[in-house]
Design a protein. Structure first.
Ligand code: NA7
Length: 568
């Protein structure tokens, strides 16, 4: 072993003049970044983390809009790495609201003393690989430069709000708020004429909360979403105690599920039971609430006819709740498979349209023409508003990575690499970008499974790779081009079999102008994803090229695992 190869990952290299030097740089202070800080600190690494927001919390720091609430059970949507945290923290509701989620995040940050490792209100502008010195050089909007051999992009799939693409938005003289940049002080809706543009998960949560408070509420709906009853309940002490006794089993079940949670997933095909049984099972799922319906049959994302029957069942519920038949009809989602857009969960969304002050504006038949000084002008006329809420979504999956100018080996930029769509190996790394890791990155399961389970998995995988390198005196790791292409083939082939690409959504990138479209997520389920990632490590990282040697790999590229086809 020569001097180069004996360099261990925490050996200090002299930093360039003016730069500060650590072992790992972490970008993002959401669930992924927080766990990364904890995990790598426990490994004895020196680290520095950056977060654009004023505190930890990621989407839950930013998304303070009224009604914001997680749509996975709180028990699942929480860290699994610390039995102490599991025992000390008690969730109050089955689906926690944003303030409780932020309290949980604060509890974790305090307990693990995470905040001292973060620079808040700090945006990373650029990250550049210095091949000669084998460090990532990161510059921030505070004018600082940091260097480290490893850089972790824990930037999250939903960090960059989509820029409003409606003419005149800057002219509006009333109060304009993007849901993802909600003010920290209370906002009063009393007596206000409020408009909400967008009816995805965010818009639906806002409408049902603001409708009863506002003077008048105008909901600008372009594509109706499928939404099902959340049936949120307070968690009883007995139930919580039982959960706390059984956390190891609950976590194990979550890791071995498609969604990273304990929601049951049936192996029953839709047409394997009679129409009467199907109806009865769907009614049960509707009564049960949450995403129970998605787990009731095995083939809803594979069989278009089955999917349509379920879609029609959900549509049939709308006129049972919404009294005005015309409004009910316009609220019915049509023309795309159910579950191909993120299914929404609500508590009183449809009921809100029965309030006399709540008005649906159907932007399919009456499109928005512009935002004026006074309000919103559609083809049929102008509605004057005091406040306009943009629930128009995100530049999802890739937006946050591309917001940083990431320059890899030989001056290659991620913007260039991803010009026709995001490419990665396992959603974790990219060829051409040594020692740069992503958590919940594009082409992993990202938005299709519990983001906290994925974050923990990804950070653990990265930690194992670093440990492997340290033990062997290796300084760089990077997937081979062939391995990356092989993974992309897996992602694409699975996506082809799923109905998930048959809707226009942020999942496929069609919501952002000029963004390359196509699904950049692994639809084979969290368990299968874990198997692929484990296989990549277990065979000695044969699909990865390690430095300091630049010799090509000596084996055929292969990313193997058990058959992952579980549907969504
Ligand atoms: P989504 O799900 O991307 O929804 C955005 C909504 O905004 C959607 O209804 C859009 O209609 C609508 N939109 C966007 N631009 C316009 C314009 N110009 N005119 C009219 N309507 C518009 O974002 P969310 O924030 O609700 O949810 C994101 C994720 O957060 C969600 O999937 C969960 O994972 C949690 P469109 O569909 O484009 O017709």
């Amino acid at each position: 072993m020569n001097a180069e190869t004996s360099r261990a990952i925490s050996d200090p290299l002299p930093a360039k003049a003016g730069a500060q030097r650590v072992d790992v740089l972490i970008i993002g202070g959401g669930f992924g970044g927080m766990y990364a800080v904890y995990r790598f600190r426990e490994m004895g690494l020196r680290l520095q983390a950056f977060e654009a927001g004023g505190d930890v919390g990621g989407v839950w720091y930013w998304n303070r809009y009224p009604g914001a609430r997680v749509d996975l059970p709180s028990i699942d949507y929480s860290y699994a790495f610390s039995p102490e945290i599991e025992q000390e923290w008690t969730w109050s509701e089955q689906f926690a609201a944003q303030p409780e989620l932020l309290r949980y995040i604060d509890f974790v940050a305090n307990k693990l003393s995470l905040r001292p490792h973060f620079q808040f209100n700090t945006r990373v502008d650029q990250a550049t690989w210095d091949a000669a010195r084998e460090v990532w050089v990161v510059t921030t909007d505070r004018g600082e430069t940091w260097e480290a051999p490893f850089c972790i992009m824990a930037t999250g799939p939903l960090s960059i709000p989509k820029a409003p693409d409606i003419p005149g938005v800057e002219r509006f003289k009333g109060r304009l708020i993007h849901a993802a940049r909600w003010p920290h002080e209370p906002v009063s809706f009393a007596g206000q004429r409020v408009g909400v543009i967008g009816t995805g998960s965010t818009g639906i949560q806002i409408v049902q909360d603001v409708g009863p408070q506002a003077g008048e509420l105008y909901v600008y709906q372009r594509t109706p979403s499928f939404t099902m009853p959340m049936r949120n309940v307070p968690l009883e002490a007995d139930y919580v105690a039982e959960v706390k006794r059984n956390y190891p089993g609950i976590r194990e079940a979550a890791r071995n599920s498609a969604v990273g949670g304990v929601r049951p997933q049936s192996t029953r095909a839709f047409f394997s039971v009679t129409p009467a049984q199907r109806r009865s099972l769907l009614e049960d799922a509707w009564k049960q609430g949450g995403l129970a319906m998605l787990g009731t049959f095995s083939d809803l994302m594979l069989n278009e006819t089955a999917n349509e029957e379920v879609a029609e069942f959900v549509r049939s519920k709308i006129p049972e709740i919404v009294k005005n038949p015309d409004t009910a009809e316009r609220l019915k989602p049509k023309g795309y498979p159910i579950f191909a857009r993120r299914p929404c969960l609500d508590s009183s969304y449809y009921e809100t349209y029965n309030l006399p002050n709540v008005h649906l504006v159907d932007c399919l038949s009456d499109p928005i023409v512009e935002i004026s000084e006074k309000g919103v002008r559609t083809e049929s006329g102008e509605i004057e508003l005091d406040m306009l809420i943009l629930a128009t979504g995100y530049d999802g999956l890739t937006g946050a990575m591309l917001a940083v100018d990431v320059v890899g080996r030989d001056g290659r930029r991620v913007t260039q690499k991803w010009k026709d769509g995001a490419r990665s190996c396992l959603g974790l790394m990219m060829e051409g970008f040594p020692n740069l890791f992503m958590t919940t990155g594009p082409n992993g399961p990202a938005a299709l499974a519990n983001i906290i389970r994925i974050s923990e998995h990804d950070v653990d995988w990265i930690a194992a790779a670093m440990t492997h390198m340290k033990a062997r005196g290796l300084s760089t790791i990077e997937p081979t081009a062939e391995a990356e292409e092989s993974w992309m083939d897996t992602v694409r082939n699975l996506a082809k079999r799923s109905l998930i690409t048959k809707a226009k959504t942020w999942w496929v990138g069609t919501n952002v102008k000029d963004k390359p479209s196509g699904l950049t997520m692994f639809v084979g389920g969290f368990q299968a994803y874990r198997q692929y990632a484990a296989a990549a490590a277990d065979d000695g990282y044969r699909n990865f090229r390690f430095g300091p040697t630049s010799a090509p790999p000596t084996c055929e590229p292969r990313i193997a695992a058990a058959d992952p086809v579980t549907g969504v």
